[in-house]
Design a protein around this ligand. Structure first.
Ligand SMILES: Cc1ncc(COP(=O)(O)O)c(C=O)c1O
Length: 171
């Protein structure tokens, strides 16, 4: 758990980050890049991945946890929702149970998992260890949603594609 309802999870408060450092180190010592945070009250629902918001492609639909006060309303999350919809893919903001991901991974309905944030933009997730179960997403190629998002955001950022949403500011 990173943040509890009623707390400061939706803000960039220093305390949120201090409290997450030890878990991050434990994950890295176990060979992982980051921690997938679950909700405080039940520990059943996915919230964020490290310092990034998180998306899953389940049955062809992109799902991401809703902004309920415990996760950061990231600007990249917002842009990614818009860009995925522009690709003609449905996006649903809803509670995502970790048990659902375990089942979707086993049934091969989980086709992608990725984290998004300003620093890394879009970071594919290959494996999430939950207890003694590995939730595995297929290795992503250039046709994956994550890879297409990364190219699209890079093109908008560098001016190679038109900024139709007014995301860029001239400074
Ligand atoms: C906890 C947390 N979640 C998500 C994000 C991603 O937010 P953004 O897309 O605005 O960079 C950040 C970025 O710092 C963060 O600290």
């Amino acid at each position: 758990m990173r943040a509890f309802p009623g707390g400061t999870g939706a803000t960039k408060a220093a305390g949120n980050y201090a409290g997450s450092l030890l878990a991050g180190r434990v994950a890295q010592e176990a060979g992982f890049h980051s921690v997938l945070w679950l909700d405080g009250p039940t520990h059943r629902f996915v919230e964020e991945s490290g310092l990034m918001n998180v998306f899953f492609l389940v049955n062809g639909v992109a799902v991401t946890p809703p902004l309920c006060g415990t996760i950061l309303p990231g600007v990249t999350r917002d842009s990614v929702i818009t860009l995925i919809r522009e690709m003609g893919i449905e996006v649903t903001e809803r509670a995502v149970a970790v048990d659902e991901l375990v089942a979707a991974s086993k049934s091969k309905e989980l086709s992608e998992a990725f984290a998004v944030g300003t620093a890394a933009t879009v970071a594919p997730i290959q494996c999430i260890r939950y207890g003694d179960v590995d939730i595995v997403a297929p290795v992503q190629d250039e046709s994956s949603v994550a890879s297409r998002l990364l190219s699209r955001m890079e093109a908008i950022r560098t001016g190679a594609a038109a900024d139709t949403h007014g995301w860029l500011s001239r400074i």
